[in-house]
Design a protein around this ligand. Sequence first.
Ligand SMILES: [Mg+2]
Length: 271
Amino acid sequence: MTPRYAFDATHALRGSLLRKLLPCRRIILLSDFDGTLAPIRPTPAEARMPARTRKLLYLLSNHPSITVGIVTGRSLPDIRRKVGKSHMLLVANHGFEIFFDRLSWVHPWAERAVPLLRQLALRLRKQLRPFSGVLVENKRYTLSVHYRSVPKRDVRRMREVVLDFLLPFWKDFRITEGKKVVELRPNVPWDKGTAIQRVLTLLKREKHGCVIYIGDDTTDEDAFETLRGGGITVVVGRKKQSRAAYWVRDPAEVWEFLAALAITLAERSKP
Ligand SMILES: [Mg+2]
């Protein structure tokens, strides 16, 4: 499926937003963080939401008929620091952790993986010492090897070392790759898509008609698939193949999309 550009001359997205959101009593807006709300930086620590995006998300999360959530591969403490104090729902570690108000949930398999992941992170860091710019991040329930800052000439060799080290653990862990990152997570059928289903159940919202999801990476495709036919799905970056219905260029256009949503909500609440 090829997504449709959200801001084309027909304003297809605005029309679709109005049509789909008018009958909704409650709207659930879910968004990925890196590359979606925050532009990608050389290291994950440097990534920040632009002030206007942060402001608009806070505004939306305080609207009585909308629940705003961030769905990310980052760990829960990490995404909490990035988002700041808010009413937002947080789905961290690719869905293995969910936090909202007083509700806190961790996938039981993820808890079992903690000791081995800690060990693997230490050993992998040692193996990768010869490479500059590589970052092994132990996120408690998953592990990420970021290599955006590794010199181009070293990337191939570095990836070989990482995969050679991780492959013997393929029964317990799944290896996935995203934008300049290799990730390891418990080998259970669990991803951003299944995590979203879990969120909708927790929020007692099983019908997907009023769910919006925005994301930019391969892991977000699972969420698009879950919401196909029901929710409003937006991929960031032009892609020939995506399960999302719409696409926008970059995080700046994600802000435009959120602004369109805020305007739609205002129109909807007119008497
Ligand atoms: Mg992303």
